[in-house]
Design a protein around this ligand. Structure first.
Ligand code: ADP
Length: 281
């Protein structure tokens, strides 16, 4: 059973956030969500549900059209967005490494939001940062022989280990992982998610990880956020993620997903509403 977040340990809070893209697509609809420090949240939902958009809001790659969000208790605005971005790291589905650069340079590139532009241009990373990068490369299970190998020569699983090392170099408070194992086989996927979970535990970082493999979601999540049609239709522990709840997340969801007070439906209420609307029989 996951611990409920108190006001004090809430790291990220979305308050009635909606996102409409310029072409009119309504990607998020009135999303309210609180994520405590150190939680491993798995975001599930069909393609187009709004999972990436939710993650992209957090690292400033997109901005809400309505509503607001809070980071470490502070409302995020244009003025403080950059300082929020420094505390948020991203792990990508396609690894997003520079293939011709060595592993260590790719890991150090995770420092770029935090170091000055001239230093970055000169690639002048202080010795202690280089040592930290080497420690992280070791931590993600890549031996010394990999430190100066070109990233492009590594296997997919090894590249994602580099992606994890890069994400943690700047001591992030939040790590966003957008389908981080979509292109990896099941065994390697499991080892990558274990590594991500252990590393985030060690550092006390919060993880928001979108996945399309439900079994992996069940195995690794402290909490599951189910999305459908831009709305959060389920928010609960793995033990509540029954087959019925999954079919509501993937196949369709009731027109309302919250009780009149604004509290999200519990799993039981969600199933009942889906039955009442003929979505589940
Ligand atoms: P998911 O990650 O769950 O697949 P997304 O957040 O990528 O969902 O997309 C949600 C909706 O927003 C989809 O209908 C998608 O086509 C649309 N969308 C995503 N990015 C853009 C964009 N830059 N411009 C217009 N529509 C977009």
């Amino acid at each position: 059973m996951r611990a409920a977040g108190t006001e004090v340990n809430i790291l990220v809070r979305f308050e009635a956030v909606s996102k409409q893209y310029p072409d009119g697509t309504q990607a998020l609809k009135n999303v309210s969500l609180s994520v405590p420090k150190g939680e491993f949240c798995v975001v599930l939902g069909p393609s187009g549900a709004g999972k990436s958009t939710l993650l992209r809001l957090l690292n400033g790659l997109t901005v809400p059209s309505a509503g607001q969000f809070y980071f470490a208790g502070e409302k995020v605005t244009r003025r403080n967005l950059r300082s929020v971005q420094k505390r948020v790291a991203m792990i990508h589905q396609s690894f997003d490494l520079v293939p011709r650069l060595p592993v260590i340079s790719n890991v150090l590139s995770g420092m770029l939001p935090a170091i000055s532009t001239p230093r970055a241009l000169l690639r002048a990373f202080p010795a202690e940062m280089q040592q930290k990068a080497c420690r992280l490369i070791d931590r993600v299970g890549l031996g010394e022989e990999h430190v100066y190998r070109r990233a492009g020569e590594l296997s997919g699983g090894q590249q994602q280990r580099v992606g994890i090392a890069r994400a943690f170099i700047n001591d992030p408070l939040v790590v966003l992982a957008d389908e981080p194992v979509a292109s990896l086989d099941p065994k390697i996927s499991r080892s990558i998610l274990s590594l991500l979970k252990e590393a985030s535990r060690e550092q006390g970082a919060t993880v928001l990880c979108s996945l399309h493999q439900i079994d992996l979601g069940r195995e690794f999540a402290d909490r599951v956020i189910g999305m459908h049609g831009g709305r959060v239709v389920f928010d609960g522990g793995v033990e509540e993620l029954t087959d019925e709840v999954l079919s509501v997340i993937y196949d369709g969801s009731p027109t309302e997903t919250e009780v009149p007070s604004g509290r999200p439906y519990s799993a039981r209420e969600l199933i009942l509403a889906a039955c009442n609307e003929g979505i589940l029989t």
